[in-house]
Ligand binder design. Structure first.
Ligand SMILES: Nc1ncnc2c1ncn2[C@@H]1O[C@H](COP(=O)(O)OP(=O)(O)O)[C@@H](O)[C@H]1O
Ligand SMILES: [Mg+2]
Length: 411
């Protein structure tokens, strides 16, 4: 009300969402946020100034100086604070795994709602995930923080090798090593010096690796899709060959078990809203272990895989969930119950010829130099499984080339 006057009716301000993407990610998220009527700000790396961002969906774009995509947190905090002097920022959303800490630090600094620093740890730090899982009585591989020498020795005495040495804060199997005995372990630990404490060491669980991709609101898993990798991701990144994953048969014992464990994990870690890609190992004897979780969509074209099977695009759903922000209702999509499988590999040819992969079930082809990739989809699980097996074999024979980890740039 103006003093003594009539009410002033103003149009409601659009919500302002600030997206953080140190890597070139999330175009579909940005487009959907705009489509939903938000004002969309993107903060990205200076080195990605010329990347093909969906500029028509972005109101303002800001660049942060980067050293190979790494930022000084202060640059983000000060830059965003400057922006917040003239604009109220309603949401802060990280579009890549490595941006979660930046987003939570910024939320805490500006006192914006959403996942704070404590919870973010559970979705980024593999040691924090393990400890939280133990508190919640979830099955995890036995592990030790690579910190105290006595504790590491006790772990080595109790837990039979091989072990997995992994960085707490990486993704995409970067820096993960299999260690066969203490003779191998200690030189690595010594070489890491004080950086060793950024690692954990854990029991190697031989088995199959699965992933569940979830949409979450009000701390409830509203949609979840369970899939199984062909070979474990570690074997593909360290041994080369073809990467596959496909949806599990709906109603199967594996699907039921992994969906239930997924709900328990996300509840224990405290995901209130957003998306999650969470991984599990099933040991040969049938026991399930929680491998890792995240508060982002799956990488490696898993978004396209799920869309092919269900019709739902998780980037777009994530944008809707974040904008609803727990304040307005978010209605999850009804998932179509088809099946899909993804087959990819590094290719020796710059542009591998995929034209022979012409079954009517092929719904997507990867368009990326030195990569081959297809997604097949069908209402029939056996049909998808048969195509994945035969395509994986043909990819191995025709395209596959091995580039050791660390020698191909992260995409
Ligand atoms: N404890 C473990 N036992 C067996 N394999 C493991 C274990 N930890 C990791 N791996 C292998 O390494 C891969 C990557 O490990 P993960 O913890 O998921 O880290 P990233 O964030 O790099 O994906 C897994 O998919 C799996 O193949
Ligand atoms: Mg993983």
């Amino acid at each position: 009300m103006q003093p003594g006057g009539t009410p002033v009716h103003t149009m409601p301000e659009p919500l302002t969402i600030l997206c953080i993407a140190s890597y070139h990610k999330g175009q579909t998220f940005l487009r959907e946020a705009k489509r939903q009527g938000a004002r969309v700000f993107l903060v990205t790396s200076e080195s990605l100034r010329d990347a093909d961002w969906p500029r028509e969906s972005i109101d303002e774009i800001f660049f942060v100086r980067d050293d190979d995509k790494r930022w000084k947190l202060d640059d983000l905090l000060l830059g965003a604070s400057h922006l917040a002097r003239r604009t109220v920022i309603d949401r802060v959303v990280p579009l890549d795994d490595f941006d979660l800490e930046k987003a939570s630090a910024l939320r805490e600094h500006l006192r914006i709602g959403g996942m704070g620093e404590t919870t973010t740890r559970y979705f980024r730090d593999k040691l924090a995930m393990r400890l939280r899982a133990v508190d919640a009585k979830l099955p995890v591989p036995r592990f030790v923080h690579v910190l105290n020498e006595g504790a590491i020795r006790r772990f080595c005495a109790e837990v039979p090798a091989p072990w997995v040495l992994k960085p707490r804060l990486e993704a995409g199997t970067i820096g993960i090593r299999k260690v066969r005995n203490q003779d191998e372990l200690w030189p690595i630990v010594d070489a890491l010096g004080d950086r060793a404490a950024f690692h954990l060491l854990e029991e190697f669980i031989a088995g199959d690796v699965f992933h569940v991709d979830s949409l979450v609101d009000h701390s409830r898993v509203l949609a979840a899709v369970a899939s199984g990798y062909g070979r474990p991701p570690f074997d593909v990144s360290h041994g080369g060959g073809v990467f596959t994953t496909q949806l599990l048969p709906r109603g199967s014992a594996d699907e039921r078990d992994v969906l239930a464990t997924n709900r328990a994990v996300l509840s224990a870690m405290g995901l209130v809203r957003g998306v999650s890609h969470t991984e599990f190992i099933k040991r040969a004897d049938g026991a399930w272990f929680f491998l890792e979780t995240s508060a982002r969509v799956g990488g490696a074209h898993i978004v396209e895989l799920i869309e092919a099977a269900t019709g739902a695009n998780y980037w777009a759903e994530w944008a809707k969930i974040e904008l609803a922000g727990g304040k307005t209702p978010y209605v999850p999509p009804v998932l179509r119950e088809d099946y899909a499988g993804l087959v990819t590999c590094l290719a020796k040819d710059e542009r591998p010829d995929l034209s022979a992969f012409s079954d009517p079930e092929v719904v997507w082809r990867l368009d990326k130099k030195h990569h081959a990739g297809v997604i097949v989809a069908s209402p029939s699980h056996p049909r998808v499984a048969a195509l994945v097996t035969s395509y994986a074999q043909r990819f191995a024979e025709q395209f596959s080339v091995f580039i050791p980890p660390g020698e191909s740039p992260r995409d």
